[in-house]
Design a protein around this ligand. Structure first.
Ligand code: PMP
Length: 406
């Protein structure tokens, strides 16, 4: 059992009031709040350790380099990567996927096929479309079943001799569906395809072991897992990191530069051009320590309990439609009430202090396939309480007449 009351003391923002009411923050899939421990780590980096990494011979620069490189080892341990050289620091999931699409994309030829799914975030669609425009690749899309799980028969049927890449989310940010990465990766590998996984919505909620999952690339963002705002991680299998060309060029990623030819660093530096966000990378260590000190399995159980309770109570509301009911789903509830527009529902909830997400959630193709424009989304984190869920439910009941429902 988590001592939520004690945990919440790490988050002064949760004491905030909005419109004079206690704020109930249920937009955790978009970004989680940051505990004091991580904020303190960022402050400490600025006040005592800031220097440019990998460059100076002086002590401060060596310390900064050491902090950055030990963060890499910490991430390696956190996701059980086989080697620390397979951990690349990025700006976030979006940059991680763009890196793969762009670099791996250079190995593809016109007519090569990339399989995506209809539940992808735009971050795992548009980079492939940019590649399509550059390289003439073909994009194929796996549909979903009515409960929001992936149609795995359709997935298997999309493979051809030309399938080179399969890229899909571990967890849908709208439906909460947890995709069977291990099985999908094994099948794709049998067919000779490279497997890219968008882990943005998975890493905050349950244990990730990249060796066990068996994909080739796995991307995620620190800001969705109690970490700092501007960084992410791309794990890549060493064989692939050796095969694909660099993403961006500049300082840090080279061995030697001359106008007659330039040689590149080994991974991971090969993919880390320019000055890295050392402060946030070092502070990420603190976020991982924080999660480990609580125990990701306790976080998972707590969030799941809140989601199950909220779902059961929401289903009692007339006209309630929940999108995504796959077994074992992550703690995200996307819904619509009667014919009410999602913005109206979201704005009325906001006036009562409840922060939920509204809109297409950067998943317009999914919305199109569901025949809707958007949803309201409530998503949970370790610091949410049953009392907050009750307040959310009470707020929903209160606005029903205004939405013309009930
Ligand atoms: N993929 C998924 C499934 C997401 O939910 C998000 C964030 N909403 C992203 C990718 C993009 O993450 P970021 O903006 O941190 O790069």
């Amino acid at each position: 059992m988590l001592d939520i009351k004690a945990l919440r003391r790490q988050y002064p923002i949760l004491e905030r009031k909005v419109y004079g009411k206690p704020m109930i923050y249920l937009d955790n899939s978009a970004t989680t709040q940051t505990p004091l421990q991580v904020v303190d780590a960022i402050r400490d980096m600025y006040l005592s350790h800031k220097a440019n990494v990998h460059r100076g011979v002086f002590l401060l620069a060596q310390e900064a380099t050491e902090l950055l490189e030990s963060a890499r080892t910490r991430v390696q341990r956190y996701i059980n990567a086989p080697s620390r050289e397979e951990v690349i620091f990025t700006r976030g999931t979006t940059e991680g996927i763009n890196l793969v699409a762009s670099s791996l994309g250079q190995l593809l030829t016109p007519g090569d096929e990339v399989i995506l799914t209809v539940m992808e975030h735009h971050a795992n669609i548009v980079p492939w479309q940019l590649l399509q425009a550059r390289k003439g690749i073909v994009i194929k899309v796996v549909p979903i079943l009515p409960d929001g799980s992936l149609d795995l028969d359709a997935f298997r049927s999309l493979f051809t001799q030309r399938t080179r890449v399969v890229s899909f989310c571990h967890v849908s940010n709208v439906l909460g569906t947890v995709n069977p990465v291990k099985e999908m990766a094994a099948y794709a590998h049998e067919k000779g395809a490279c497997v890219v996984v968008d882990g943005a919505q998975a890493v905050p909620h349950f244990k990730i072991d990249v060796q066990e999952l068996g994909a080739d690339f796995y991307a995620f963002s620190a800001h969705k897992m109690y970490g700092p705002q501007g960084i992410g991680i791309l794990w890549g299998r060493r064989e692939w990191l050796d095969r694909i060309p660099p993403y961006q060029g500049g300082g840090e990623m080279i061995k030697h530069v001359s106008f007659s030819g330039t040689t590149f660093e080994e991974p991971p530096l090969k993919f880390e051009a320019g000055t890295p966000d050392f402060v946030d990378i070092a502070a990420l260590t603190s976020a991982l320590d924080y999660i480990d000190s609580i125990g990701i399995e306790h976080i998972e159980a707590h969030e799941n309990e809140l989601m199950q309770y909220a779902t059961a109570e929401m289903m009692k509301i007339p006209g309630m439609r929940i999108f995504g009911t796959a077994p074992g789903k992550a703690p995200v509830i996307s819904f619509l009430v009667g014919d009410a527009h999602h913005y109206d529902t979201g704005m009325l909830l906001d006036k009562l202090g409840v922060a939920v997400r509204t809109g297409h959630h950067c998943a317009q193709p999914l919305m199109e396939s569901l025949g809707i424009e958007g949803t309201v989304r409530a998503s949970f984190a370790l610091y949410n309480t049953r009392a907050e869920v009750n307040a959310f439910l009470a707020a929903l009941h209160r606005i029903l007449p205004l939405l013309g429902v009930g």
